[in-house]
Write a protein that binds this ligand. Structure first.
Ligand SMILES: *Cc1c(COP(=O)(O)O)cnc(C)c1O
Length: 393
């Protein structure tokens, strides 16, 4: 056996039973498409929540290589993970408690999103202690009423920021906000949020602190509202190849995650026998079934029981009876469909092999595609394809 064959053999044996295959070439394609949507504006790749469960560091590297200029995350831990992986692109983190440990992030050069005078005070104190100027981005609440500086706190915030700025404790890098109705085309709230952001930027200028970058658009706004680009767009879901407005279309993005497993067992079931807990499915005829070793502990939601299909042996196979913690059973038909133990079965992906996509699952579960990909877990192992050396501009 040659080394290559041995490696391949080991790889075959190492194939996980629960696997999320992440296609980094798809990430790169999606980022290139987002750059087109961005026009002259830059792209901040949002890699929060471990890149929507696709793996923050590999996705961030692939996105930057494809021309994203900055990275966005939610927590300081996420930001520091990117920094310690040697990524030197700007990283903005925007959701913290006021008592967070800001010093390490300030020292590492993480850009801090600030949402209140309390957060600012805490950052200023950490900057003084560490002797490093904190780079901050003001998050303005323009109507979502979630994160961002609230309207009633804005005048006081401006005063405090002016002082911190004059003292050299902080440097204002950017200003941003987040939309409440980005996926509802022509919703009037979108325009009023834009106007409020423009006002906030004018206030900052008037106080001698013009932000270097202003940004507002998530994926939905990026693909529908070129007038809201400002200096940068801030897409997440589209980079993972899922549509921000599925009712309208896929906007040309390609799904990045394929969720798959391998057949653990093939067996006969006789007519009249029940399958899985509670025998919720009774074989109408003699048939053959496959046991697949992924269940609700791995993100195959139990309320999908009896309601979905997997791609296996060249066609869709219905899942039978209840989804269990560790496994499900699918029907292969009387002749077994040529399926063998060890074969791959696909839950969702980009559809290239006939499998459903994450949006199909979202529709079944009455949720959004974001929750489908972030809900994969348990024993699922990520493997990466593409990226490094694959595909150049
Ligand atoms: C998650 C998030 C984004 C990305 O949103 P998508 O809808 O995935 O494009 C952008 N900005 C902020 C503030 C976010 O929290």
């Amino acid at each position: 056996m040659t080394t290559a064959e041995r490696t391949q053999e080991q790889h075959r044996h190492a194939q996980p039973q629960a696997e999320a295959v992440i296609d980094l070439d798809a990430v790169a394609d999606n980022v290139r498409l987002l750059r087109e949507y961005a026009g002259d504006a830059a792209v901040m790749a949002v890699v929060k929540a471990d890149a929507y469960n696709h793996g923050a560091v590999p996705v961030a590297k692939a996105a930057l290589a494809a021309g994203a200029r900055e990275l966005g995350v939610t927590t300081l831990t996420e930001a520091l993970e990117l920094k310690s992986a040697g990524i030197d692109a700007p990283v903005l983190s925007w959701l913290h408690t006021p008592d967070a440990d800001y010093a390490p992030a300030i020292v590492a050069g993480v850009e801090l999103g600030v949402s209140s005078p309390r957060h600012l005070a805490s950052i200023v104190a950490a900057a003084r202690d560490s002797g490093v100027t904190a780079v901050i981005t003001v998050k303005v609440d323009t109507g979502l009423n979630r994160g961002g500086v609230a309207r009633d706190e804005w005048p006081g915030f401006l005063r405090d920021l002016g002082r911190a700025h004059a003292e050299g404790a902080v440097r204002l890098r950017g200003t941003f906000s987040h939309l409440a109705h980005a996926d509802e085309l022509h919703h009037p709230e979108i325009d009023s949020q834009r106007d409020r952001l423009v006002e906030a930027v004018a206030d900052l200028r008037r106080h001698g602190m013009p932000p270097e970058v202003v940004h507002l658009s998530n994926s939905a706004a990026a693909v529908t509202r070129p007038d809201l680009r400002f200096d940068m767009i801030r897409p997440g879901i589209a980079m993972y190849g899922l549509s921000p407005i599925p009712e309208i279309g896929d906007y040309g993005f390609r799904p990045v995650m394929t969720l798959r497993t391998r057949v653990a067992l093939v067996k006969k079931v006789t007519a009249g026998s029940g399958v899985s807990y509670g025998h919720r499915w009774i074989a109408p005829i003699d048939t053959t079934v496959a046991v697949l070793p992924m269940g609700y502990a791995d993100g195959i939601r139990r309320n999908l029981s009896g309601r979905f299909e997997v791609q296996l042996g060249g066609r869709r196979r219905p899942q039978l009876g209840r989804v269990c913690m560790d496994q499900i059973v699918v029907d292969l038909g009387p002749d077994g469909g040529g399926v063998s133990e060890g074969d791959h079965a696909l839950f969702f992906g980009d559809g290239r092999h006939g499998e459903p996509n994450a949006q199909d699952w979202a529709d079944l579960l009455d949720t959004i595609n974001y929750e489908v990909v972030t809900g994969v877990g348990g024993r699922t192992v990520r493997t990466y394809v593409g990226g490094e050396g694959g595909g150049t501009e």
